[in-house]
Design a protein around this ligand. Structure first.
Ligand code: SF4
Length: 207
Protein backbone atom coordinates (compact mmCIF):
# COMPACT_ATOMS: atom_id res chain seq x y z
CA UNK A 1 0.00 0.00 0.00
CA UNK A 2 1.35 3.38 -0.97
CA UNK A 3 1.66 5.77 1.93
CA UNK A 4 0.10 9.14 1.24
CA UNK A 5 0.62 12.20 3.37
CA UNK A 6 -2.50 14.21 4.09
CA UNK A 7 -0.85 16.85 6.17
CA UNK A 8 -3.51 16.61 8.88
CA UNK A 9 -2.51 16.91 12.50
CA UNK A 10 -3.97 14.10 14.59
CA UNK A 11 -6.89 15.38 16.65
CA UNK A 12 -7.07 18.58 14.61
CA UNK A 13 -10.82 18.21 14.23
CA UNK A 14 -11.58 18.20 17.92
CA UNK A 15 -12.69 21.35 19.71
CA UNK A 16 -9.80 23.26 21.29
CA UNK A 17 -10.83 22.36 24.84
CA UNK A 18 -11.13 18.67 23.94
CA UNK A 19 -7.78 18.54 22.17
CA UNK A 20 -6.00 19.06 25.47
CA UNK A 21 -7.49 15.80 26.70
CA UNK A 22 -5.74 13.66 24.11
CA UNK A 23 -2.20 12.95 23.04
CA UNK A 24 -1.27 14.06 19.52
CA UNK A 25 1.35 11.37 19.11
CA UNK A 26 0.84 9.00 16.23
CA UNK A 27 1.13 5.23 16.56
CA UNK A 28 4.66 4.01 15.89
CA UNK A 29 5.71 0.69 14.41
CA UNK A 30 7.06 -1.79 16.97
CA UNK A 31 10.61 -2.86 16.23
CA UNK A 32 11.57 -6.48 16.40
CA UNK A 33 13.67 -7.89 19.25
CA UNK A 34 16.75 -9.96 18.54
CA UNK A 35 16.16 -13.17 16.60
CA UNK A 36 15.90 -15.56 19.57
CA UNK A 37 13.90 -13.26 21.87
CA UNK A 38 11.48 -12.44 19.07
CA UNK A 39 10.93 -16.14 18.47
CA UNK A 40 10.30 -16.78 22.17
CA UNK A 41 7.96 -13.81 22.54
CA UNK A 42 6.06 -14.73 19.38
CA UNK A 43 5.65 -18.28 20.68
CA UNK A 44 4.09 -16.88 23.87
CA UNK A 45 1.87 -14.45 21.95
CA UNK A 46 0.69 -17.21 19.62
CA UNK A 47 -0.42 -19.32 22.58
CA UNK A 48 -2.25 -16.51 24.38
CA UNK A 49 -4.90 -15.45 21.89
CA UNK A 50 -7.00 -13.11 24.01
CA UNK A 51 -9.69 -11.58 21.92
CA UNK A 52 -12.38 -8.96 22.03
CA UNK A 53 -15.48 -10.36 20.33
CA UNK A 54 -16.91 -7.31 18.62
CA UNK A 55 -20.33 -8.61 17.65
CA UNK A 56 -21.15 -6.22 14.85
CA UNK A 57 -23.36 -8.59 12.83
CA UNK A 58 -25.10 -11.97 12.80
CA UNK A 59 -21.84 -13.94 12.35
CA UNK A 60 -21.02 -13.20 15.99
CA UNK A 61 -23.55 -15.79 17.20
CA UNK A 62 -21.04 -18.52 16.31
CA UNK A 63 -18.62 -17.20 18.91
CA UNK A 64 -20.85 -18.55 21.71
CA UNK A 65 -20.60 -22.23 20.71
CA UNK A 66 -16.90 -21.62 20.03
CA UNK A 67 -16.30 -20.76 23.67
CA UNK A 68 -18.59 -23.30 25.30
CA UNK A 69 -18.19 -27.02 25.97
CA UNK A 70 -18.68 -28.43 22.47
CA UNK A 71 -15.86 -26.60 20.71
CA UNK A 72 -14.04 -25.43 23.84
CA UNK A 73 -11.63 -22.99 22.18
CA UNK A 74 -9.84 -22.43 25.50
CA UNK A 75 -7.87 -25.62 24.84
CA UNK A 76 -6.08 -23.76 22.00
CA UNK A 77 -5.19 -20.77 24.18
CA UNK A 78 -8.12 -18.76 22.77
CA UNK A 79 -9.89 -16.72 25.45
CA UNK A 80 -12.45 -13.93 25.26
CA UNK A 81 -11.74 -10.72 27.16
CA UNK A 82 -14.30 -8.04 28.08
CA UNK A 83 -12.38 -4.85 27.15
CA UNK A 84 -10.06 -3.64 24.36
CA UNK A 85 -7.27 -2.82 26.77
CA UNK A 86 -7.12 -6.45 27.89
CA UNK A 87 -7.24 -7.89 24.38
CA UNK A 88 -4.59 -8.63 21.77
CA UNK A 89 -7.07 -9.48 19.02
CA UNK A 90 -10.27 -7.83 17.83
CA UNK A 91 -12.69 -10.17 16.11
CA UNK A 92 -15.06 -8.27 13.83
CA UNK A 93 -18.21 -10.39 13.89
CA UNK A 94 -19.96 -9.63 10.61
CA UNK A 95 -21.27 -6.60 8.71
CA UNK A 96 -20.37 -3.24 10.21
CA UNK A 97 -22.54 -0.18 9.91
CA UNK A 98 -20.92 3.24 9.62
CA UNK A 99 -22.04 3.96 13.16
CA UNK A 100 -20.43 0.76 14.42
CA UNK A 101 -17.23 1.46 12.48
CA UNK A 102 -16.66 4.46 14.72
CA UNK A 103 -16.76 2.18 17.79
CA UNK A 104 -14.55 -0.41 16.11
CA UNK A 105 -11.88 2.23 15.47
CA UNK A 106 -12.06 3.52 19.04
CA UNK A 107 -11.74 0.00 20.42
CA UNK A 108 -8.90 -0.94 18.05
CA UNK A 109 -6.90 2.15 18.94
CA UNK A 110 -7.27 1.45 22.66
CA UNK A 111 -5.67 -1.97 22.31
CA UNK A 112 -2.00 -2.23 23.07
CA UNK A 113 0.59 -3.41 20.58
CA UNK A 114 1.11 -5.95 19.24
CA UNK A 115 -2.52 -6.28 18.22
CA UNK A 116 -4.25 -8.27 15.54
CA UNK A 117 -7.53 -8.13 13.64
CA UNK A 118 -9.64 -11.06 12.49
CA UNK A 119 -12.34 -10.25 9.99
CA UNK A 120 -15.18 -12.74 10.34
CA UNK A 121 -17.89 -13.23 7.66
CA UNK A 122 -18.18 -12.29 4.03
CA UNK A 123 -19.94 -9.06 4.98
CA UNK A 124 -16.89 -7.59 6.66
CA UNK A 125 -14.59 -8.75 3.85
CA UNK A 126 -16.46 -7.72 0.70
CA UNK A 127 -19.86 -6.45 1.80
CA UNK A 128 -21.59 -9.84 1.44
CA UNK A 129 -25.35 -9.56 1.09
CA UNK A 130 -25.15 -5.92 2.20
CA UNK A 131 -22.70 -4.95 -0.54
CA UNK A 132 -24.91 -2.10 -1.79
CA UNK A 133 -26.39 -0.99 1.52
CA UNK A 134 -26.42 2.73 2.19
CA UNK A 135 -25.23 2.30 5.73
CA UNK A 136 -22.76 -0.59 5.95
CA UNK A 137 -19.14 -0.63 4.93
CA UNK A 138 -17.92 -3.14 2.36
CA UNK A 139 -14.35 -3.74 3.37
CA UNK A 140 -13.21 -3.46 6.95
CA UNK A 141 -9.56 -3.53 5.79
CA UNK A 142 -9.91 -0.05 4.30
CA UNK A 143 -10.31 1.30 7.83
CA UNK A 144 -8.18 -0.98 10.01
CA UNK A 145 -5.60 -3.57 8.89
CA UNK A 146 -6.78 -7.18 8.89
CA UNK A 147 -4.42 -10.04 9.77
CA UNK A 148 -6.74 -12.98 9.06
CA UNK A 149 -9.96 -13.27 7.05
CA UNK A 150 -12.56 -15.96 7.80
CA UNK A 151 -15.06 -16.21 4.96
CA UNK A 152 -18.56 -17.63 5.00
CA UNK A 153 -22.13 -16.69 5.75
CA UNK A 154 -21.96 -17.54 8.55
CA UNK A 155 -18.66 -19.28 9.29
CA UNK A 156 -19.03 -22.27 11.62
CA UNK A 157 -17.04 -22.53 14.86
CA UNK A 158 -14.61 -24.96 13.15
CA UNK A 159 -13.84 -22.22 10.61
CA UNK A 160 -13.25 -19.72 13.39
CA UNK A 161 -10.86 -22.12 15.13
CA UNK A 162 -9.06 -22.60 11.79
CA UNK A 163 -8.81 -18.79 11.50
CA UNK A 164 -7.32 -18.49 14.98
CA UNK A 165 -4.85 -21.26 14.14
CA UNK A 166 -3.89 -19.40 10.97
CA UNK A 167 -3.27 -16.30 13.06
CA UNK A 168 -1.23 -18.41 15.48
CA UNK A 169 0.98 -19.58 12.59
CA UNK A 170 1.39 -16.04 11.30
CA UNK A 171 2.36 -14.72 14.75
CA UNK A 172 4.87 -17.54 15.24
CA UNK A 173 6.39 -16.81 11.84
CA UNK A 174 6.55 -13.08 12.65
CA UNK A 175 4.21 -12.26 9.76
CA UNK A 176 1.23 -10.75 11.60
CA UNK A 177 2.16 -7.15 11.01
CA UNK A 178 -1.25 -5.44 11.04
CA UNK A 179 -0.47 -3.05 13.90
CA UNK A 180 2.74 -1.91 12.20
CA UNK A 181 0.85 -1.47 8.95
CA UNK A 182 -1.61 0.78 10.76
CA UNK A 183 1.21 2.89 12.19
CA UNK A 184 3.07 3.11 8.87
CA UNK A 185 -0.05 4.00 6.87
CA UNK A 186 -1.80 6.03 9.54
CA UNK A 187 -2.74 8.88 7.19
CA UNK A 188 -4.25 6.48 4.67
CA UNK A 189 -6.45 4.79 7.28
CA UNK A 190 -7.46 8.09 8.93
CA UNK A 191 -8.42 9.62 5.58
CA UNK A 192 -10.61 6.60 4.73
CA UNK A 193 -12.21 6.66 8.17
CA UNK A 194 -13.00 10.35 7.99
CA UNK A 195 -14.32 10.07 4.45
CA UNK A 196 -17.11 7.73 5.56
CA UNK A 197 -17.79 8.86 9.14
CA UNK A 198 -19.35 12.25 8.64
CA UNK A 199 -19.81 13.20 12.30
CA UNK A 200 -16.17 12.74 13.25
CA UNK A 201 -15.92 13.98 16.82
CA UNK A 202 -13.45 11.66 18.46
CA UNK A 203 -9.68 11.65 19.00
CA UNK A 204 -7.56 10.51 16.06
CA UNK A 205 -5.52 8.29 18.24
CA UNK A 206 -6.92 7.04 21.49
CA UNK A 207 -4.05 6.26 23.82
S1 SF4 B 1 -21.80 -12.95 6.18
FE1 SF4 B 1 -23.87 -13.71 6.68
S2 SF4 B 1 -23.77 -14.29 8.83
FE2 SF4 B 1 -22.04 -12.94 8.41
S3 SF4 B 1 -22.73 -10.89 8.94
FE3 SF4 B 1 -23.07 -11.18 6.77
S4 SF4 B 1 -25.21 -11.90 6.61
FE4 SF4 B 1 -24.56 -12.17 8.75
Amino acid sequence: MKEKKYDILPNSELKAEDRDLFCDARPVPVSKLNKYMEKLVNWARANSLWFLAFGTGCGAVEVRPLMTARFDAYRYGIAGRPTPRQSGIILIGGYASVKTLKRIIRSYEQMQNPKFVISLCSCSINGGMYFDSYNTINQIDKYIPVDVYITGCMPRPEAIIAGFNKLKDRIKAGNAEGANKYAENFDYYKANQKKIIKDWNMPDYNW
